[in-house]
Design a protein around this ligand. Structure first.
Ligand code: PLP
Length: 332
């Protein structure tokens, strides 16, 4: 199976490092642990959306678009990386963020990604009571009446273009594993809009990655996310000229760590963030990787892996959001 990749622009610092976490492994009396540092993709503090944007921006430029329009939560890492990619390629950027605009009283809460969005020159729109999709289509329509050509990127950059970034990432990982003569039994990571997982499972099939890929769902019941990932992986295979690829058996979602809901930091996230910071000097984020690592730590404690196995935690970024959650992260 040889994928026909569409054009991409160069944004990310690749390959991202593959590092061992021996102290964390020892601390948990767990399996051998590695971490794939996609928090180090280099785009205005990095993250997994950078790989997706390499294909999305190339497509936008090929279509002659002059604006990137996308959407996400208030502390969206995807929106911040999109704003940075737009700046780098001289494009305008409009972001549709969930909720209400900060008022003068809540202006002090403008930190983390929300601060960076503004430094990167993005125009911000707030959904209020409306849906993200509605507002995004309005913003795009208004740009058109002003003579612009907007390129609309869905939530999380999770369409076939975005997912292609993670098909390519699996080529990169399997090359690294081969060069270092390493076998990985499990990949564990955070999944939300599904583009990362769809790309990974398709890439695993293409590049013969033999391990199991387990996502920790951030905000969806497992069956729902599985269906979404399967549909996107299939569409991406078609997009890459691969025909029918059987992937359903590879789509493994764990929804045991949904906690109190999206972006609500609890003891699971707090413990994971502090542990990995204090034992490995690596910063996780409050919304995605803190939760996914909390899940991995719990799975290790429950004996889901043997000591002889190797688990790779795929760091998807997000630490830029930490300051916005300061009061939830420190025990006092
Ligand atoms: C967006 C994001 C994810 C989830 O990736 P999807 O492709 O949307 O599933 C995970 N971690 C971080 C830090 C993110 O910003």
């Amino acid at each position: 199976m040889t994928p026909k990749y569409p054009d991409r622009v160069t944004i990310a610092h690749l390959p991202t490092p593959l590092e061992e976490m021996p102290r964390l492994s020892k601390h948990l009396s767990g399996p051998r642990l590695f971490i794939k540092r996609d928090d180090q993709t280099g785009l205005a503090t990095g993250g997994n959306k950078t790989r997706k944007l390499e294909f999305l921006v190339a497509d936008a430029l090929a279509q002659g678009c002059d604006y990137l329009v996308t959407t996400g939560g208030r502390q969206s890492n995807h929106c911040r990386q999109t704003a940075a990619a737009a700046a780098k390629f001289g494009l305008g950027c409009s972001l549709v963020l969930t909720g209400e605009a900060p008022t003068s009283e809540t202006q002090t809460a403008v930190s983390g990604n929300l601060l960076l969005d503004q430094l990167l020159g993005a125009h911000l729109y707030w959904t209020g009571p409306r849906t993200r999709q509605e507002v995004m289509l309005d913003v795009a329509a208004e740009l058109r009446t002003m003579g612009h050509k907007p390129y609309v990127i869905p939530l999380g950059g999770s369409n076939v273009m975005g997912a292609t970034g993670y098909v390519k990432a699996m080529e990169e990982l399997t090359d690294q594993l081969q060069a270092e003569r390493l076998n990985v039994d499990f990949i564990v990571f955070a999944s939300s809009s599904g583009g990362t997982q769809a790309g990974m499972v398709l890439g695993a099939a293409i590049y013969n990655f033999p391990g199991q890929i387990i996502s920790i769902s951030i905000d969806h019941p497992a069956a729902e996310l599985q269906t979404q990932v399967a549909a996107l992986a299939t569409a991406t295979a078609t997009h890459l000229g691969l025909g029918t690829v059987s992937l359903a058996a590879r789509i493994d979602v764990n929804d045991d760590y949904l906690g109190e809901g999206y972006a609500i930091v609890g003891e699971t996230e707090r413990e994971a963030i502090q542990m990995v910071a204090q034992i490995e000097g690596i910063l996780l984020d409050p919304v995605y990787t803190g939760r996914a690592m909390g899940g991995l730590i719990d799975l290790i404690r429950w004996g889901a892996f043997t000591r002889g196995q190797t688990v790779l935690f795929w760091h998807t970024g997000g630490a830029a959001a930490l300051p916005a959650f300061a009061d939830k992260l420190i025990n006092n």
